[in-house]
Design a protein around this ligand. Structure first.
Ligand SMILES: CC(C)(COP(=O)(O)OP(=O)(O)OC[C@H]1O[C@@H](n2cnc3c(N)ncnc32)[C@H](O)[C@@H]1OP(=O)(O)O)[C@@H](O)C(=O)NCCC(=O)NCCS
Length: 379
């Protein structure tokens, strides 16, 4: 058994599945869901339309979209047992809580073990609705504030912000959050989606696949990077000048440290999602009367792109966008999951529909075979 001699590890450029969901051209900076360009979707779509697109491979008609709205709204309520468990967890990381509570949701889903295509679809809808409720409820709890029940009249983005803040969100915040959800919804065989597909391919249940995905998303090389970007910006300092930010980044690069929010396995040019998040970071900053985080971010981008030829990825400007919206850092990566659950479930449904166990091989690099057996006293 041998690997391709040109392989750099990490399954780089390995095609591991055939999928009709996401088209990605890293050299040209193209991202499309089922043929629909991400720029078009970010300009025109709602997150609900994108969910439908990912699950059905086509945009919904008005009645179909209305039905999906109703299904999502009807599924938002969290089981009491899950809310109780949330309150019992010791204070800690948002992704740890999301992992545990998503797993707990399965215990309250009477269809959890059902394998019919219809039941799997209903579970995809429920998971998408409830992951948003979980993250908003967890955010409230972290702030020591009471639980806010979902409002079935509101769309997905507006309801999330309402459940998080307890206040009716304004139109600009809703649209910005909706766009952020659209941009994060799917990204081909990224690490968490691959983890979900590997779990689903054993014919394990969709909740287990989501728990695998959440575990993979948490890492700082994947979804965890958005929180790391904000921690870095805060370390640079609220009152720092762009020159100070440049000095900080140059020192970090000189120490050969990675800058969170930059680089990508697939894109060798601008990540098309970053284009929208950059604009939103500036726009939301201007509304609050301070574009400070945007200006620091922009200088950092200039330094990293100039010095390393690396472009900002989806996590870089989402950090200042969420922070400007008043969202706590601990919720940044869970919010990534609130969106990506749509893509994870779409991929899991696709995997179930045409399944074969995913079981690659390793290039053995251990002690030569065979080794002589030594009794424990003789070792
Ligand atoms: C996204 C990421 C994991 C891709 O990893 P990858 O394809 O395995 O690329 P590598 O980590 O092997 O990086 C290739 C080279 O670029 C450098 N590099 C990559 N990302 C970098 C970053 N963010 N800052 C500084 N240097 C970086 C590496 O040090 C490496 O340099 P070398 O060849 O001199 O050793 C990587 O770019 C990264 O760690 N980025 C920061 C975390 C992040 O933002 N993750 C979110 C991704 S959406």
């Amino acid at each position: 058994m041998s690997t391709d001699s040109t392989s750099r590890g990490g399954l780089e450029d390995v095609v591991a599945a055939s999928s009709a969901i996401c088209y990605l051209d890293g050299a040209r900076g193209v991202l499309a869901y089922c043929g629909h360009d991400i720029h078009d979707l970010a300009r025109n779509a709602t997150f609900e339309e994108v969910c439908y697109l990912l699950w059905h491979r086509r945009l919904p008609t008005r009645p179909e979209l209305g039905d999906l709205h109703s299904q999502l709204a009807a599924a938002r309520q969290l089981p009491d047992g899950v809310l109780r468990l949330m309150r019992q967890l010791p204070p800690g990381d948002g992704m740890d809580a999301l992992r545990t509570l998503t797993s707990a949701l399965a215990h309250y889903d009477t269809e959890a073990a059902s394998t019919t295509a219809d039941a799997q679809y209903r579970k995809a809808v429920r998971l998408t609705a409830r992951m948003a409720s979980l993250v908003a409820a967890f955010g409230r709890l972290q702030q020591g504030r009471g639980h806010v029940e979902p409002d079935p009249v509101l769309g997905h983005a507006a309801n999330f912000l309402y459940m998080l803040t307890g206040e009716r969100p304004d139109a600009l915040s809703v649209r910005a959050f909706d766009i952020a959800l659209i941009l994060h919804a799917d990204h081909e065989l990224n690490a968490s989606t691959f983890a979900a597909r590997v779990t689903a391919a054993t014919l394990s249940d969709i909740y287990s696949a989501m728990v695998s995905a959440i575990g993979a998303l948490k890492g700082p090389l994947h979804g965890g990077a958005n929180a790391d970007v904000m921690r870095m910006l805060l370390e640079i300092g609220e009152t720092a000048t762009p020159d100070r930010a440049e000095e900080y980044i140059r020192a970090k690069l000189a120490r050969k440290e990675k800058i969170p929010g930059f680089g990508h396995r697939v894109y060798t040019t601008e990540d098309p999602r970053a284009t929208h998040l950059r604009r939103m970071s500036k726009q939301l900053g201007a509304r609050t009367g301070s574009t400070k985080w945007f200006e620091l971010s922009q200088r950092i981008e200039g330094v990293v792109t100039g010095a390393k030829g690396l472009y900002p990825n989806v996590d870089f400007y989402s950090a200042s966008t969420y922070h400007t919206m008043g969202i706590a850092i601990d919720l940044f990566t869970p919010i990534f999951a609130v969106s990506r659950v749509s893509g994870w479930t779409a991929h899991v449904l696709e995997q179930y529909a045409n399944n074969r166990l995913i079981r690659p091989r390793a290039d053995y690099a251990g002690p030569p075979y065979p080794q002589a057996w030594m009794p424990v006293e003789a070792r």
